[in-house]
Every structure is written in C-alpha cells, then in structure tokens.
Design a protein around this ligand. Structure first.
Ligand code: PLP
Length: 401
C-alpha cells in the first residue's frame, strides 16, 4: 500500500503530468537513455540493494532519528517532530542521493563523477561519495562562489576532488551547470554527471527521489512507532525539492496526511528578492526539464535570492509542480526574517543548530503549531547549520542569553 504512488510516476518519458521530460541535445539524450536503462535494471538487483543498504547503515549512519521537540512544542503549544537528516554523515540529506549516484557509477564502470555546485554543499557530498568509491571527481564552481564558500572548496580538495573555476558570465551556479555539462559531453563514456536535486532531464528527478525515499520510509515507521499514529502534517523546505520529495514520498499514499512544502520568500516579493518558483513561477524549460519557472517575458530565468543559498534556484523539481497542480501538496512561504527567528530559536531551546534552508520549514512548523495545538507536525530537518555560522556572525546579532 505505502509504495503504490512511486510505481506510477513519472511516465516512460519522464513526465510528471505536463512537467519534467527531457529537453536536451540528441547526443546527450543517447547518454541519458543509457543511464535510464541501466538504472532500471541495476537499481533492482539484489547486489545493488544490499550494497546500498550497507553503505547507509555503516558509512552514513542511517537510520537517522525522528525526534520530538519537547521545548519547541511547549513554547508553541503544538506537537513538533524533526526527522534528523542533520545527523546524516556530512550533515545533510544530500549524501543520500550522492551515494546512490556513486554506486550506480561504480556498477556502470565509470571512472569519474562530474557535477556543478553553487554554495558547495552538493560538491562536498559528491566528493565524499567519490572518495568512498575510489572514483575521480570534478566539481565545476563559479569563481564568485569559490571566493564566498572557501571552507567548502577546501573540503572538496581534502576529499580529493578537482574544483574547476568557472570564469564566464556571472560566474555563479548557472554558468557552473553549463560548464559541467560541457565537460560531461566531452567524455560521456568514462564519466557520469551527478545532479544535486530532483531537477534536470529524465531520469534524474526520478532517480534522486528514489534515493531520497529512504527518508520518508524511515520517518513514517519511526513516527508510527513513537506515537501509534501518523503525523497530521509533514513539511520540508523546497529549493530544487530533493529533501521534500524524500520525506513526502513516504506519505503520498496516506491521504489523511497533509504535505506542505516551504519556499523562500526572501527579503520581499519583488523579482530578484525571492526564489518561490512554485508560488510565482510560470511553466517553462530550464536545464533540460519543464517546471514552474521564475522567468521574464522572453522565457529567460529571472535572478533569484534567498538567505539560504541551497534554496536559491529559479525552478523546482517537476514532481512538485505536478503535486501542486493535483492539490496533493500545498506550497507556502517563509521569509528571511522568519527563517532567522527559527534558526536562533531551535538552536537556543532545543540544542540543534539547523541549516538556514531547513530553518524555513521550522518557521512554518512553529506557525502551524501555534494555530493548531492539537495536531502533530513532522519537519524534515534537511541539514545542520555549522556551514552557516560564519555568515550569521558577520551579518546578524546573536540574541542575548
Ligand atoms: C541543498 C540543500 C537544500 C535544498 O535542496 P533540496 O533539493 O530542495 O532539498 C535544503 N537543505 C539543505 C541542508 C541543503 O544542503
């Protein structure tokens, strides 16, 4: 029963309703088709499943706990629970799909993992997977981001990855994607491209969701065991949407469980001040797939912004777009200020420093708990906030003790 939904989405061409698909040059399409075929056969094999299970348990430290926030619940008057992806190795949910992609690369006999990174979180997770599997790793990163995210650059280098500076255009994420794709096209036989969320051309949105599904399976079981019932609401922040699809996919067949994705409304609702693509985007194509996109009249992506760099993307995973249209998932927003308040509150009263991305979901959970004291809400705490501490210290005042 709990696994019916996943078998029906996407369709054979990788569409979730009208979203997703694959809008890429023919030479790249051949490679994507090969990866799709290989994924379907390999990911169902006994050896692959056994090896991935062992990796999750012994290397990543899964299952991560589900935790009842007594203090935050008392403060808000509701019942708030966290799925602790911040306790996953490397401190966030991203390693779940990077280890899956790395294992697939190993089965395919690939020698090298290629990807882009913005703030460096995906690059670090992928470099970790490459080190584990003994594969080469090449991470494309804009020069502007390299200067801003120095600790993550050092981490990638320590883990043995080659960081390739991207020097054209705005020298940030979009150019890094182009550069990584080009590098992949030069050598698609020995390399594999590893995307960082449930975005990009088919099969990536499906593959990344499937690798993140473990979060939802664990959370559902743990919540049932702790409380004897299912949560009333499950919530997660949405950038590309991988941590949200991970936890939501465990509950999609439970019709009574409300699912709520939280997008960043940033510093205002003016263009360039937020990244709420599901709330304000229009259907369009970017990076090889169709989604709700923040775009101008010419169909070019608009600049986006969030205090949390991991949420700073003008599109969204195609499955989220479909789930929004179906009404199965609601999408709401949290602002920079609400995110910061939640960041400081969870740190101070629960002893858990959350990632700024995850703080958006915590902000929504607090609001929900105040308004719905009898109901339970389960938050996917996608990552820990250690990476954000320098930024916080430089830009904000820590509340008095
Ligand atoms: C990258 C990141 C996100 C955003 O990515 P999704 O694909 O939307 O999950 C959220 N939280 C953390 C901690 C991240 O590192």
């Amino acid at each position: 029963m709990a696994h019916q939904y996943l078998k029906t989405q996407p369709d054979v061409k990788g569409f979730f309703g009208e979203f997703g698909g694959s809008f890429i040059p023919p030479e790249l399409q051949k490679e994507m088709d090969a990866i799709t075929d290989a994924y379907f056969s390999i990911s169902k094999s006994h050896d692959f499943i056994t090896e991935l299970r062992a990796i999750r348990k012994h290397f990543q430290g899964r299952p991560t706990p589900t935790y009842f926030c007594r203090n935050l619940s008392n403060k808000t008057g509701g019942r708030i629970y966290l799925k602790r992806e911040d306790l996953n190795h490397t401190g966030a949910h991203k390693l779940n799909h990077c280890m899956g992609e790395g294992l697939l690369a190993k089965y395919l006999g690939k020698k090298r993992l290629i990807a882009e990174t913005g703030a460096g979180q995906h690059g670090v997770a992928l470099a970790t997977a490459a080190a584990y599997f003994g594969l080469e790793c090449e991470i494309h990163m804009g020069e502007v981001d390299i200067a801003k995210e120095h600790p993550n650059v050092v981490r990638m280098q320590l883990l043995g990855a080659k960081v390739v500076p991207v020097t054209h255009g705005l020298k940030t994420l979009k150019e890094a994607v182009d550069s990584a794709f080009q590098a992949y096209l030069i050598d698609p036989v020995t390399s594999i491209y590893c995307i960082g969320s449930v975005v990009g051309p088919h099969p990536f949105p499906m593959m990344v969701r499937d690798f993140q599904h473990v979060v939802g399976i664990e959370a559902r079981e743990q919540f049932l065991e702790m409380t004897g019932e299912l949560p009333d609401v499950v919530t997660a922040c949405v950038g590309g949407g991988s941590n949200a699809m991970g936890i939501f996919s465990g509950f999609l067949d439970d019709e009574d469980v409300r699912l709520v994705g939280v997008e960043p409304s940033g510093r205002s609702l003016k263009i360039g001040d937020h990244a709420a693509s599901l709330s304000y985007g229009k259907p369009g194509v970017l990076h090889g797939f169709r989604s709700y996109l923040l775009q101008n009249d010419k169909g070019e992506p608009e600049p986006v912004y969030s205090i949390a760099s991991g949420l700073d993307y003008p599109g969204s995973g195609p499955e989220h777009c479909m789930l929004k249209d179906k009404g199965r998932v609601e999408y709401v927003m949290a602002s920079d200020d609400e995110c910061l308040e939640a960041f400081f509150t969870l740190s101070r009263i629960e002893g858990i420093i959350p990632a700024l991305e995850s703080s958006h979901a915590v902000a929504y959970a607090q609001k929900f708990a105040r308004e719905n004291p009898r109901q339970s809400i389960l938050v996917n705490l996608s990552g820990r906030g250690d990476k954000d501490i320098d930024f916080i210290v430089e830009n904000y005042k820590i509340p008095e003790a």
